[in-house]
Design a protein around this ligand. Structure first.
Ligand code: MLT
Length: 411
């Protein structure tokens, strides 16, 4: 008898974005001429930049020759990409990362979902609330939680409210937790943590022998150079933090798939017998067992993101989306909404109108403005009362969406 993993049955509902997709499809079928504008899932809309396309073309040509053909990629990634990552992302910020500490992968969603495998089943996990649902759901699937309660909280997880009062950047908890997930710039609230705030987290992790999982998928959207892009800019983070970075949002790779995770050799956990073990060895074992590397063509594409032309072209693309974010932030503010985020992140986090719920406003926005957002409650109970809009779309669609929202809801 194939008994199922019962922990899957604890999951409160389907994954958030397919649920939104179902509602939007139903609406589109009923209103085929509505001209729906999708500002829901954070999926990029601009084409790949020329430097990336050229690099992919060259790599495809190489693969078609006997001399240039490659089979399985090296477990952690090709040296050319590991070196480009260090030279492009870390050295300029004064951060020490060795090539052997980087694991190239096919996405930060997978990495942030899979990383929990290397921790014990009894580890206590801390997350912000609201939070990117992958961190919670994968811990539920792994059996690290109890059942979900009527408010939407899973037993055993320590939720740290990210609210207007704390600027959507929770402080480390007074209570014990073994693994804490942090995401800055934040999905969904668009908040960004300062150096001091991250330093408090690093100090907490070191004092409690905890590990931080730092998801920096949106680092390219940080506009102020004095704000940290990497947790390793904080002294002591190499001893307690794993970091994830992605090419999805910085270079339009959501359909190309390339990311990387840094596991410094200094980060450790303990066995039941009290022996200290480097997490690097566990992650390396996990990756070599379950993953066969990112294709050569894709790694060449990622390398091109770090080239001078690639940096310039992808930088312009990020600036384009950030202009969309500015338009949304200012336009919605002028229409009377309370608006957060959108300054160092491609997400705008808005308070829904008085008396509405997140899902209620999601439905209203779709029905009255034909605009798709993401209900804040889908990211956790403290997201109730909010809705997230993504800046990933064409300028014309963003302007049209704003005009419709103003007409339908403006005060
Ligand atoms: C989102 O909309 O939250 C993102 O697209 C999720 C992701 O990157 O997986």
């Amino acid at each position: 008898m194939a008994r199922i993993n019962e922990h899957y049955r604890k999951l409160a509902a389907g994954y958030l974005f397919p649920e939104i997709g179902r509602r939007v499809t139903a609406f589109a079928q009923a209103h085929p001429d509505a001209g729906i504008i999708r500002l829901g899932i954070g999926d990029v809309t601009e084409p790949l930049v020329p430097a990336v396309v050229e690099a992919m073309r060259r790599a495809v040509d190489e693969m078609g020759t006997r001399e240039g053909f490659r089979g399985y990629a090296p477990d952690q990634g090709y040296d050319f990409l590991l070196d480009a990552i260090i030279a492009g992302d870390y050295a300029p910020r004064g951060v020490q990362v060795a090539p052997g500490e980087i694991f190239v992968s096919d996405g930060s969603k997978q990495d942030s979902g899979n990383v929990q495998e290397i921790f014990g089943a009894d580890c206590r996990v801390a997350v912000a609330d609201p939070v990117y649902p992958v961190y919670v759901d994968t811990n539920v699937m792994a059996g690290r939680t109890g059942a979900v309660d009527e408010r939407g909280y899973y037993g055993g997880i320590l939720y740290l409210p990210a609210t207007e009062a704390n600027g959507f950047v929770p402080d480390p908890p007074a209570e014990r937790a073994d693994v804490a997930y942090l995401c800055f710039p934040n999905n969904p609230t668009g908040a960004v943590a300062t150096h001091d705030q991250l330093a408090r987290w690093v100090a907490w992790a070191r004092a409690h022998d905890a590990v931080l999982i730092f998801d920096a998928a949106y680092d390219a959207y940080v506009q102020d150079p004095s704000l940290p892009r990497s947790i390793y800019e904080v002294e002591g983070a190499r001893q307690c933090a794993i970091e994830m970075r992605s090419y999805s949002k910085r270079a339009g790779f959501t359909g190309v798939r390339c990311a990387y995770t840094v596991v410094p050799k200094d980060v450790t956990g303990v066995t039941a017998a009290g022996e200290r073990v480097a997490l690097h060895a566990l992650w390396a074992r996990r990756m070599s067992t379950k993953f066969n590397g990112v294709p050569y063509v894709i790694q060449r594409a990622a390398e091109a993101v770090h080239s001078p032309e690639g940096r310039k072209q992808t930088g312009e693309q990020v600036a384009f989306y950030m202009e969309n974010a500015r338009l949304l932030r200012e336009g919605l503010g002028a229409a009377g909404f309370r608006v957060f985020g959108g300054v160092h992140a491609p997400y705008i986090w808005i308070r829904v109108p008085e008396g509405a719920t997140s899902w209620g406003f999601f439905d209203d926005l779709l029905a009255k403005a034909h605009v798709v957002g993401t209900p804040g409650a889908g990211f956790g109970p403290a997201g109730e009362g909010f809705l997230r809009l993504s800046a990933f779309n064409s300028r014309a669609n963003v302007e049209e969406a704003l005009a419709r929202i103003r007409r339908a809801f403006g005060r």
